[in-house]
Design a protein around this ligand. Structure first.
Ligand SMILES: Cc1cc2nc3c(=O)[nH]c(=O)nc-3n(C[C@H](O)[C@H](O)[C@H](O)COP(=O)(O)O)c2cc1C
Length: 210
């Protein structure tokens, strides 16, 4: 079987979505599937061409303001009329990752993907919502804080290889919430310093206390 993996992150190769698709693609290839890669920026014609004969189309994307990033939305609108002719009977799978801790925050974006799927005349396979996404750009999937994600991708790959459908799965990172928040704050402060902004100015209230 052939699967098309589409990266919906504007960060493209440097994204958590790319790390997720690399890990999923490896699992699919080990299971005997042919894997094609695409990105939201490739455009409608290239996407419809790549989807020809695929049994599965997998979208991985970041959560933007509780929704699907606009570039990917535009692509989905553009291909929804022709995708079922290019890939008749294909199943759609979606992996959304977000910056907050709770993977469940991705639920509304996965509902959007299901609406696309129904409008396009394709079959819904499964959604995966992954919290703590920024960690995935450095933490290896399948180990440490991303251990559970490795298991979820094993199950998703099996589902894709079998052309099956399953309930959506939501994952939080494998570290306590307070630690994740602490790490995020350290990262924000370091980035602020690199941009010439000290802690005092960062927390300044120019308009007084609310
Ligand atoms: C414009 C913008 C909007 C975002 N909105 C949300 C949001 O609503 N909820 C959330 O948890 N994270 C939000 N994030 C954080 C991203 O989802 C997070 O950094 C994600 O890991 C990026 O994935 P990527 O590396 O695959 O692009 C937002 C980030 C950006 C740039």
């Amino acid at each position: 079987m052939r699967a098309l993996l589409v990266n919906g992150s504007p960060r493209e190769k440097r994204s958590a979505s790319a790390a997720i698709l690399d890990a999923l693609g490896g699992r699919l290839e080990r299971g005997g599937a042919g894997v094609l890669r695409g990105a939201a920026g490739d455009g409608e014609a290239a996407m419809l061409e790549a989807a020809q004969g695929c049994a599965a189309i997998v979208f991985a994307f970041p959560l933007y303001v509780d929704g699907v990033p606009s570039g990917l939305l535009r692509l989905m609108e553009g291909i929804s009329g022709g995708i079922s002719r290019a890939a008749p009977g294909a199943h759609v799978y979606a992996v959304a990752n977000n910056g907050f801790y709770e993977g469940r925050q991705n639920a509304p974006a996965l509902e959007t993907m299901k609406l696309f799927c129904a409008a396009a005349g394709l079959a819904w396979g499964q959604g995966l919502g992954v919290g703590g996404g920024p960690m995935l750009r450095s933490a290896p999937i399948g180990r440490g804080p991303a251990k559970a994600l490795g298991g979820a991708l094993d199950a998703l790959a099996l589902n894709i290889l079998e052309g099956g459908s399953s309930d959506d799965v939501f994952l939080d990172p494998g570290i306590p919430r307070f630690l994740y928040r602490r790490m995020g704050e350290m990262g924000f402060r370091a980035r602020a310093r690199r941009n010439g902004l000290g802690a005092r100015r960062l927390y300044a209230r120019p308009y007084g206390d609310p």
